[in-house]
Design a protein around this ligand. Structure first.
Ligand code: MN
Ligand code: MN
Length: 398
């Protein structure tokens, strides 16, 4: 597939890009050997890259739809970690489904867990290091944050069950290597369990046998939140902060005719001390402007629509890759990038950072803030032309 816009390569590109542009059209790009047509169709910008792409940039795309899906009674899980997307060495994601009433078993792990509910709803519990028990119900679009080491559970509510995305601040996280309650109890001598719980041997004998539970079916909770919370408070401290965030009800942080962005980090969601996030909506034909982040790599999950992203890590290297719903993207620390909605519906994606606060540097805002003469010296733009550049107050541009 050739780029849609006819352009005069001599006027638009550097010499190198012009040569690529010509080669992509003079038959040099012909490809008569074996092809994986399905993959080529979803990756047009790898097959015929923009002539401005150059050099070696490691892949920054993967899809949950390429992963092994572990299916068991009650739901499924699959993950994109640094094993699948090698460049993403700081963060990993897990996509999980639970059917009506089913549990993700009580467990804990080394990483912090940030989550967004994708469909349906669930009841979540987390027990903190301060002896607090937090219980809440979350619906599509809502978030939670479970700190490292804090044991938690997720149980699907309603007939359709639920599906959610988990993001961890550990690149080689594995959903297979969490610490499970049933696993620990199975590997503790029964006489110790009797003594620890002060329960008789016949009671201990009732514990589940075989593989750890992990995901399993159960009845929906019989009690409402209003009943559960005071009951938990009999044995636990009252939580000082919320571990869920109703992002579905939040007003956008920035909004324009080109889309909107919701920024959720430790400033408005105090539990999220180590994972900052943005939920970005880009209207068709619009772009998330050219920018970079001064405080960490960006891990993306694409929720809806389609688009492309060019990543510029420096040293004359740049690569453009295509994205669809259920794909994961990654932008290495400091690398310049933009995102273009290439579809005909809204594009929605998540930006996640191992950071307490969301930070970005807008190319436009920087250029407008500089003395115009300095910008002219670098770009040949006149002062009048520079004055037309958006001021960077909104990250989405038409
Ligand atoms: Mn977990
Ligand atoms: Mn970004």
């Amino acid at each position: 597939m050739a780029p849609q816009t006819p352009i005069d390569p001599k006027s638009e590109f550097s010499e190198l890009a012009a040569a690529t542009y010509k080669a992509e059209r003079d038959g040099s790009a012909s490809n008569n050997g074996p092809k994986n047509v399905g993959l080529m169709k979803v990756n047009p910008n790898s097959d015929v890259p923009p002539p401005t792409d150059h050099g070696v940039v490691p892949p920054f795309w993967y899809s949950f739809d390429l992963t092994h899906r572990r299916v068991q009674d009650g739901g499924w899980t699959h993950q994109v970690t640094s094993r699948e997307l090698a460049s993403s060495n700081e963060m990993a994601g897990v996509n999980m489904r639970l059917t009506k009433g089913s549990f993700r078993e009580l467990h804990w792990h080394l990483a912090d867990e940030w989550a967004i509910m994708l469909s349906g709803s669930a009841r979540v519990t987390v027990f903190t290091q301060d002896g607090e028990m937090f219980i809440d119900d979350v619906s599509a679009g809502d978030l939670w944050l479970f700190p490292a080491g804090a044991p938690h559970s997720i149980q699907a509510l309603g007939d359709e069950g639920c599906e959610f995305l988990l993001v961890f601040n550990q690149g080689d996280f594995s959903e297979e290597s969490t610490l499970l309650l049933s696993d620990w109890l199975k590997h503790t001598p029964p006489e110790i369990l009797q003594q620890n719980f002060r329960l008789d041997a016949d009671v201990i004998a009732k514990l589940p046998k075989g593989e750890p539970l992990y995901i399993f079916t159960s009845d929906e909770p019989r009690k409402s939140l209003e009943e559960e919370i005071p009951e938990a408070a009999q044995y636990a401290a009252k939580p000082k902060i919320s571990y869920t965030f109703k992002a579905s009800e939040m007003a956008p942080t920035r909004e324009s005719e080109a889309g909107n962005v919701k920024i959720i980090d430790s400033r408005n969601f105090p539990a999220a001390q180590k994972i900052a996030s943005a939920i970005v909506t880009v209207k068709p034909g619009c772009i998330r402007e050219m920018h970079w982040h001064p405080n960490g790599s960006e891990w993306q999950y694409w929720l809806k629509g389609k688009g492309r992203m060019t990543v510029f890590p420096g040293q004359e290297a740049a690569r453009t890759m295509d994205f669809n719903a259920n794909d994961v993207g990654f932008v290495s620390n400091m690398a310049g990038h933009y995102i273009e909605n290439t579809g005909d519906e809204d594009l929605v994606f998540l930006e996640l950072f191992v950071a307490s606060e969301f930070k970005e540097i807008s190319l436009n805002q920087w250029l407008r803030a500089l003395p115009a003469q300095a910008v002219t010296a670098h770009t040949n733009f006149t002062a009048e032309e520079i004055a037309k550049i958006p001021t960077g107050q909104n990250p989405l541009l038409r």
